[in-house]
Design a protein around this ligand. Structure first.
Ligand code: NAP
Length: 258
């Protein structure tokens, strides 16, 4: 049973802020929810979202601030919140901002880093999102996790571990996605709209359920097929692309000690 009622403020109106809003909107521990956005634009939020552009207009009973703004703005915003709401719990969601960058006392600050990609294009199934939690005292951590994140995938970490988790997430998602954009660009134009790479990805994802990534590698780098590698490199018109292809080939060969 939920004991505490939270008056939540989500700071930011970007991709993660929108996903948090959808998560907390109908949460049974949340009495009231507002969005603090400097740009004061609905920006994809529902029309009935309580959008405020300044802390001065935020409900004075607010007791939980979820900071979901660009990393460089987190610390300054936390200081401003602390000055006005010294008793509120402040939480940021960045993979790299240190817990110590928040001025609040330990019992009033936390990080909830979702190791996930929120792209603003689709609804988030929060039951699939691993949440890495840092900060708080043992007692209030237990309460808050039970109140707000019951039945989700919760892990604890420290700031050093979180940076590693974030770096791994960037390589996994952002770099893979950039490679896919690159792959699409070298397809014959008539196939560029057909997602011909989709079955490759689908099989890879299915296999990842039961195998380690290293065991799923295939291709010319693993076979050390120099003729094929050279033919591919000749396809690229820019030096950057040629270098990148060679570096990735080397990466695979180093991983497999070739
Ligand atoms: N997206 C993800 O997949 C993801 C995953 C895990 C963690 N995170 C973390 O979530 C946080 C937000 O990321 P996001 O992807 O949601 O970013 P985003 O879509 O780019 O949104 C950033 C938000 O920050 C606001 N902002 C930027 N500078 C600000 C400032 N100086 N003062 C006040 N507000 C400012 C922006 O306001 P304007 O619109 O007015 O510029 C915007 O609302 C980051 O800490 C990020 O590390 C994101």
């Amino acid at each position: 049973m939920v004991q505490t009622q939270y008056n939540i403020v989500i700071a930011g109106s970007g991709k993660l802020a929108k996903a948090w809003f959808a998560f907390f909107r109908h949460h049974n521990a949340v009495a009231h929810i507002e969005v603090l956005s400097r740009s004061f634009k609905l920006n994809g939020f529902p029309k009935d979202a309580h959008l405020k552009y300044s802390l001065q207009h935020i409900n004075s009973k607010s007791n939980l601030f979820i900071i979901a703004v660009s990393d460089r703005a987190v610390s300054k915003l936390a200081k401003t919140i602390y000055a006005r709401f010294p008793k509120a719990l402040v939480c940021h969601c960045s993979g790299t901002v240190l817990l110590s960058d928040l001025p609040q006392p330990l019992s009033h600050k936390m990080v909830v880093y979702p190791m996930y990609s929120f792209n603003g294009q689709s609804q988030t199934d929060w039951s699939q999102v691993p949440l890495f939690i840092e900060g708080l005292t043992t007692k209030n951590k237990k309460t808050i996790v039970q109140d707000l994140f019951a039945n989700l995938h919760i892990y604890t970490c420290n700031s050093n571990e979180r940076i590693r988790l974030h770096c791994a997430a960037v390589i996994t998602h952002n770099f893979s996605n950039a490679l896919l954009v690159w792959a699409n660009s070298i397809l014959p134009p008539k196939y560029q709209k057909h997602k011909v790479w989709y079955p490759l990805l689908h099989q890879w994802f299915t296999d990842l359920n039961s195998h380690l990534p290293k065991t799923l590698q295939t291709g010319p780098a693993l076979r050390n097929d120099k003729t094929t590698i050279q033919k591919h490199i000749q396809l690229f018109s820019t030096q950057n692309s040629k270098v990148l292809y060679r570096k990735l080939t080397q990466l695979i060969q180093t991983q497999h000690e070739l």
